[in-house]
Design a protein around this ligand. Sequence first.
Ligand code: FPP
Length: 235
Amino acid sequence: MSTALPTHVAIVMDGNGRWARARGLPRAAGHRQGAEALRRCIVGAGELGIRYLTLFGFSSENWNRPFGEVQDLMGLLRHYLRSEIADLHGKGARLRVIGDRTRFDPDIVALIDNAEELTRGNDLLNLTLAISYGARDEIVAAARALAADAAAGRIDPKSIDAHAFQARLFTADLPDPDVFIRTSGEKRLSNFLLWQSAYAELVFVDKYWPDFGKADLEDAVREFNRRERRFGAVG
Ligand code: FPP
């Protein structure tokens, strides 16, 4: 049995709305508590020594939510980028944001660019927020980029392999996730890191995201250690 710490933990932060509804609160209150859980989780990951943490904050499909809820989530993102980046930088964390930026307001794009630029040299914790992200779109974009390179004669189609493909993904410079956690009892991948999670251990947690904390992250690490990873080979 492995006793290693996972290098990369990916999390689908699900259940903010149900957390709020269970308390008779508006969905926005659930998202606010979700942002608190995000903070706790980042601190917890740092304390545990997890080097890569990637969180699904907003999917390409989430743009279809009611306008007010999208505005609430964008407001939280704006607030997060303004208030947390100095602290993250001080802790030696590098922030990356993956997803389709063309749909963000320009001020959010600028905040993301600044945060990524400021923290580019850090490596203690690599924090990646997937926002306006969809894995199928990411995979299609990679295929399109490779096709364009092939059509222009820059690469030989025969040279296209898994390595060339992953180098075109948003996550080109990240290791694959070892553990994929989803909260709220739902057992789906929901278009998150589909290519990258080929060999990730899936851990489903019944708690809603706003109740998730460091102890739950530790439980997931223990669960990871109970699994035997064979990567398709014989154990
Ligand atoms: C899923 O819960 C959660 C989201 C769609 C948003 C996640 C956002 C945060 C954790 C807040 C911090 C955000 C940013 C952008 C920094 P849900 O609303 O789908 O819950 P439900 O399935 O119970 O309705």
